[in-house]
Write a protein that binds this ligand. Structure first.
Ligand code: 26A
Length: 345
């Protein structure tokens, strides 16, 4: 296979997932919803040890965009993907680095001197997953790191940027630096909305970033949260996709594409060009419920397959189908993982 040239650069929050199977009582104990993603508060701090001691929790590499980076690299030629974020100087951080590097992703972490590596408590109940994140070091990412000459050189050499919307809670200046580089040099900038609380509570930084986005990826609950927080007065996923596609754009030379997944329902796409918007639908890859291990990371895997397709210059429908294919593989694994030996699309 031809060697890539680190064309794809991803930025977000590196986390170690502490994943165990729970029940309604465990969700109630920590005031968690069955299918949600939140930032941990004081009342959640006991969850991590509880998962390890009482729920046979496993430690798995997580962090949404880091999962996506591993997913994209699963498909792309060697040396195609770089991942950037902040970890602590500890064992969890080393574990994360090893797993991500083994997946062929080049990691360029900032190491925080004080905070430990971030962790995400994952409570699995059936096909739902509740994510509760203690960002710790992941919250300490700084623009200074991105602007270091040896890192910024990698930014300049990359042609595609993928940012997890979760990073809007961490370092907006770093996101905007990538976004502006993309707009100025006509490169591709992609954003995932990540979780309903992002459009809900991080509306302003999201609105600052959207004009730079060539691709916006989200699931249906994130799309609905966007519509609500922006007063769109509709729950129709296709209408929301059209609205986002038509928002103002910095780099008018590239159309904006919106991709909204809907679980097992078809994925909606909307592409805006010259004030017009074209929508279409792509079916998911069906899978028997008995084949599903867990759905932690399914959306990240979709994004990984999709982004790999875009980097490879595939047509939109093919890129969406690559996302569905990788999501189907990932939900059969434990957490946000991909099967080895590698399967090919
Ligand atoms: C800022 N927050 C809340 C987060 C996350 C997160 N990744 C980055 N930032 N909360 C959960 N995750 C990750 O999402 C993956 C599943 O989609 C988890 O680590 C999990 O691997």
């Amino acid at each position: 296979m031809a060697k890539g040239k680190f064309e794809l650069l991803c930025l977000e929050n590196p986390l170690l997932d502490i994943q165990g199977v729970g029940d309604q009582a465990l969700l109630d104990k920590y005031d968690l919803k069955a299918n949600d993603a939140i930032l941990a508060e004081e009342k959640h701090m006991g969850l991590y040890d509880d998962l390890i001691q009482n729920h046979d929790a496993k430690l798995i590499a997580g962090g949404a965009a880091q999962n996506t980076a591993r997913g994209a690299q699963y498909i792309l030629p060697p040396d195609s993907t770089i991942y950037i974020g902040c970890i602590g100087k500890d064992k969890y951080g080393e574990t994360l680095k090893d797993i991500t590097a083994k997946a062929g992703v080049r990691v360029e972490y900032r190491y925080d001197e004080e905070q430990p590596t971030g962790r995400c408590g994952v409570v699995i109940t059936g096909h739902n997953r509740s994510l509760c994140t203690d960002l710790a070091a992941a919250n300490c990412y700084k623009l200074d790191h991105l602007k270091q000459p040896e890192i910024w050189k990698l930014v300049e050499e990359a042609k595609f940027y993928y940012v997890g919307g979760y990073h809007l809670t961490v370092c907006v200046p770093a996101i905007l630096a990538l976004a502006e580089e993309a707009a100025a040099k006509d490169k591709v900038f992609m954003l995932n909305l990540s979780a309903p609380f992002i459009p809900q509570f991080f509306k302003d930084p999201l609105d600052q970033t959207l004009p730079y986005c060539d691709y916006v990826i989200a699931n249906e609950t994130e799309a609905t949260a966007y519509a609500e927080s922006h007063g769109l007065n509709t729950k129709d996923i296709k209408e929301i996709a059209k609205h986002v596609a038509l928002l103002p754009k910095k780099n008018a030379g590239r159309p904006r594409t919106v991709v909204f997944t809907q679980g097992t329902d078809p994925t909606i796409t909307a592409v805006a060009k010259d004030g017009d918007v074209e929508t279409s639908q792509c079916a998911v890859h069906a899978i028997g419920s008995e084949m599903i291990n867990d759905t932690n990371g399914a959306g990240d895997a979709f994004a990984g397959g999709f982004v790999a397709g875009i980097v490879q210059g595939k047509p939109l429908e093919t890129a969406v189908d690559m996302g569905q294919w990788l999501a189907k593989l990932s939900i059969q694994e434990l957490g946000p993982s991909y099967p080895f030996p590698k399967q090919t699309y």
